[in-house]
Design a binder for this molecule. Structure first.
Ligand code: NAD
Ligand code: DAU
Length: 344
């Protein structure tokens, strides 16, 4: 079988490629990635050694390019991770989110239809459900929760999900969707909360927490997300939607303090900064459907996953230090200093 993995030079896509290589060494893998600021070829260096792996640089929203690639590679399964993924960037500049996250999905699905792909899997997010109140801990997102996005990022992901469901209903298109909670682990780009805190704490820099740090996220170790997607693409029912999460809710402040404890650092550099506009209060996934139907269970407890993640960042300084140089610094200036969030 041949899998086309889009966005495989990013955080979750690269972890998925390594998961598949280990779990299904008989399968061939093609990675299509545009290599935006978030895509890093260094992440895929070990994969390049495998003769069953091929990397192709390209844009999922470029119809002619995608058509030519499908003609050449004839994939059996397409797993779409490619996306603009950072909420703060979507607030700054929504356009590219619509192009990649919505138009890109339509182009991929049309290519799948034209070339008889047997399964298209859309990697979606719990953010399409909007948020939950902080004072009702018994409320969770189920697959029946209505879509109610808060940011341009989550609106673009919600639009893509609706399009995937419409293709299934209209054309009988063999698609599945997973909506997962916040991931963490190796190769996580250091603009996101956990790697941002690890890398800044190691450099003894300030640790910017939005608002009061009371917002809650439901954290899942990235390998557990990969195992869920693997089960869905192989055993999930076409047309179905599966929520993925491990009941691991933490406030942002708790997460930052856990990271600091693991690094043996004090809390004195925690700095409360201006809040994210429209900041979702709480995400919490009910994963009962994927557990019941496909037997998925998350294997990594939060404390263990954070320990492994911190160890990974300590052992891979070159990977993140390269990212943190150059153009990336301008991003920090725009996102924090220019927004009055203080000088970092
Ligand atoms: P990421 O930003 O780390 O990686 C995205 C990858 O997509 C990068 O390699 C980038 O170069 C590539 N890409 C971007 N635009 C492209 C385009 N037009 N054509 C081809 N490639 C393109 O993102 P991530 O955190 O790994 O997220 C992967 C997917 O999982 C996204 O669809 C995201 O919405 C979803 N998701 C993420 C999380 C999370 O916690 N990170 C949770 C649930 C769902
Ligand atoms: O829930 C799944 C989503 O998780 C994915 O769909 C997104 O692609 C992914 O980026 C992530 O979105 P979040 O907005 O939850 O992740 P982020 O790491 O940006 O922020 C996590 C929380 O930490 C959020 O409440 C905002 C807060 N935060 C973030 C940054 C970058 C801070 O307090 N300070 C910061 O500097």
């Amino acid at each position: 079988m041949k899998l086309l993995v889009t966005g495989g030079a990013g955080f979750i896509g690269s972890n998925f490629i390594y998961y598949e290589m280990e779990k299904h060494p008989e399968d061939a893998l093609v990675c299509l990635d545009k290599l935006t600021y978030a895509g890093n070829l260094a992440t895929l260096e070990p994969a390049m050694e495998d003769p069953k792996f091929r990397f192709v640089q390209g844009d999922i929203a470029d119809g002619q390019f995608v058509e030519a690639l499908f003609r050449e590679e004839k994939p059996d399964i397409v797993v779409n991770f490619a996306a603009e993924s950072h909420v703060d960037r979507s607030i700054e500049d929504p356009g590219i989110f619509l192009r990649t996250n919505v138009m890109g999905v339509q182009i991929l699905m049309d290519a799948c239809r034209a070339h008889g792909v047997s399964r298209f899997h859309q990697v979606s997010t719990d953010e399409v459900y909007g948020d939950l109140p902080l004072d009702q801990p018994d409320l969770f997102f189920t697959e029946e929760t209505p879509v109610r996005a808060s940011s341009p990022y989550s609106a673009s992901k919600a639009a893509a999900d609706l399009l995937v469901q419409a293709y299934h209903r209209t054309y009988g298109f063999p698609a599945t969707i997973t909506r997962c909670s916040n991931n963490y682990g190796p190769y996580h780009f250091p603009e996101k909360l956990i790697p941002l805190m690890i890398t800044r704490a190691l450099a003894d820099q300030s640790l910017p927490v939005y608002g009061k740090g009371e917002n809650v996220r439901d954290w899942l170790y990235v390998r557990d997300h990969c195992s869920a997607i693997d089960l869905v693409i192989r055993n999930g029912r076409p047309g179905e939607l599966y929520n993925v999460g491990g009941h691991n809710e933490r406030t942002n402040l708790q997460v930052v303090k856990t990271v600091l404890r693991e690094l043996g650092k004090g809390e004195e550099r925690i700095t409360f900064v201006a809040d994210r506009p429209g900041h979702d209060r709480r995400y919490a996934i009910d994963p009962a459907k994927i557990e019941r139907e496909l037997g998925w269970i998350p294997e990594t407890p939060f404390e263990e996953g954070i320990r492994e993640t911190v160890q990974w960042y300590l052992a891979h300084e070159t990977w993140w230090k390269t990212i943190l140089s150059g153009e990336y610094r301008n991003y920090f200036k725009r996102m924090y200093e220019d927004k009055g969030r203080g000088s970092l």
